[in-house]
Design a protein around this ligand. Structure first.
Ligand code: AMP
Ligand code: ZN
Length: 472
């Protein structure tokens, strides 16, 4: 399996640190608003990477944080006259709803920055002890030049960076706010301003900088050294570069073996921004489309290519996904009415031939997660199923074809097995009919109804008070 590693700018063979296990960290959103469709891209892409690794038999420990202390959260709290915690809790809950709609598996752990302050204080203290950080009037800075590898991820040269910083530095110095030893130094801890949330620390009542939280949560929930660290490409610099400087200086080992970054999502070929009026939240999209269509749309492009969002492209994604769903539903229908049970030899050969399609699918995924090509293999399978199934097909064969399609779609996180949903009144009517059949001692019909309901996910329970049902 090959992964494009931002650290080396090459596709490298994936060899985990520990056999059979993958330790993976994905930078999560800052929770001050509903997530937008750009934020959804890393969530969908890296959830798919996780699902594929799991399909290959790896035990994946997947950690993704919520940044729940930040200037934007505090600003929103002040605007609404509520606490920062109320804002972050609200948008974490909303984000989880969107994730569920997009069929994104919950992480093994979703740590919150505000619950990990002790760990941050520990790591900052270590950095001070080792000479990588210093305190000035309650603020702690990272001594960037002291870390030899600084710039290795973003391929930035430290002297060029300094030239870029000079103007800002001048402004800051004039305003008297900046006491850094070097303009490249960045904040690890800062003192509170009036009305802001704060924590006690050896340096001041204050709060951590953004970069330190990921270094600490990755260490605590995974290890000092992890396999994959991921996020959107805007995080390469400075966020991930600073994470490397902190973690490697504090822990003395390589932080992450592989770094993966998704390209950006644009709208009508322009950067998505509130001021341009081309800004969509995932919630906006969910009013018009099943969010699985958004997922399918995202996976139709390679994650390292920019992707352009438009209404037309969403419509095209909807039609494509519908083709898969329709094929699966036809196979279900044929299977329910199949006249024969066992697979014939000829049918077995067709099932055997799907192995080639599976191999192609896997090769695409193993070439740096080329989901666009992997989706083409799914369509090849759909085509094969559509043109090789009918009223005379056996049940076993139809079920095998269906499960071949569903397995590949599951790896992509696409739920294509839409069991026809029964309305409550339909269920009640069937239960009535079953009661009647039992009264007439027509137990065969009564059992048939029970099985039919069960196949649609409805479980019946006979109690003294009558029949109760629930959705399984
Ligand atoms: P933020 O809440 O800004 O820290 O962003 C959370 C995640 O979304 C990060 O991994 C960002 O890189 C990613 N992200 C933000 N905007 C976009 C976009 N337009 N396209 C793709 N990824 C994005
Ligand atoms: Zn991060």
């Amino acid at each position: 399996m090959k992964i494009f590693n931002t650290l080396t700018r090459t596709k490298e063979d994936f060899v985990p640190l520990e056999e059979g296990k993958v330790k993976m960290y994905v930078c999560g959103p800052t929770v001050y608003n509903l997530i937008h469709i750009g934020n959804a891209r890393p969530m969908i892409v890296f959830d798919t990477v996780r699902r594929y690794l799991e399909y290959k038999g790896y035990d994946v420990n997947y950690v993704s944080n919520f940044t729940d202390v930040d200037d934007k959260i505090i600003k929103k709290a002040i605007e609404e006259g509520v606490t920062a915690q109320e804002i972050s809790e609200r948008y974490i809950a909303e984000c989880k709803k969107d994730m569920e709609g997009m069929n994104i598996k919950p992480a093994t752990t979703h740590p919150l920055a505000t619950r990990e302050i002790d760990g941050m204080i520990d790591m900052i203290s270590t950095l001070i002890d080792k000479g990588y950080a210093y305190e000035k009037n309650g603020t702690v800075y990272y001594r960037t030049r002291k870390f030899e590898g600084y710039g290795k991820l973003s391929k930035k040269n430290i002297d060029d960076l300094e030239a870029g910083h000079r103007d800002d530095d001048h402004k800051l110095k004039v305003s008297g706010e900046d006491e850094k030893e070097d303009p490249l130094d960045f904040v690890l801890w800062k003192p509170k301003k009036e009305g802001e949330p704060y924590w006690e620390s050896p340096w001041s009542e204050g709060r951590p900088g953004w970069h330190i939280e990921c270094s600490v949560m990755s260490k605590k929930y995974l290890a000092d050294e992890i396999d994959i660290h991921a996020g959107g490409e805007d995080l390469i610099f400075p966020h991930h570069e600073n994470e490397i400087a902190q973690s490697e200086a504090a822990n003395g080992v390589q932080f992450s073996k592989y770094w993966m970054h998704n390209a950006f999502l644009n709208i009508d070929n322009k950067k998505m921004s509130k001021s341009l009026g081309n800004f969509f939240t995932v919630r906006d999209i969910s009013k018009e489309y099943d969010l699985q269509i958004l997922r399918f749309f995202m996976l139709s492009a390679h994650y390292r290519n920019p992707i352009n969002f438009s209404h037309d492209l969403m419509e095209a994604a909807k039609n494509s996904l519908d083709r898969i769903i329709t094929s699966v539903s036809n196979l279900s229908h044929l299977s329910e009415n199949a006249k024969t049970t066992d697979m014939t030899e000829e049918e077995a050969e067709i099932i055997e031939s799907t192995k080639d399609i599976y191999n192609k699918f896997e090769s695409s995924m193993e070439d740096d997660f080329n989901t666009a090509d992997a989706i083409s293999s799914v369509f090849e399978l759909v085509k094969l199923a559509n043109s090789n199934s009918g009223d005379n097909s056996s049940k076993e064969y139809l079920e095998a074809l269906k499960s071949r399609i569903i397995t590949l779609c599951d790896i992509l996180g696409l739920n294509v097995d839409k069991k026809e949903e029964l309305l409550d009144e339909d269920i009640d009517a069937l239960i009535q009919e079953r009661q009647q059949a039992r009264k007439e001692k027509n137990f065969a019909r009564a059992d048939e109804i029970r099985d039919e309901l069960l196949s649609k996910g409805i479980v019946l329970e006979d109690t003294r008070e009558g029949v109760r049902w629930k959705r399984a």
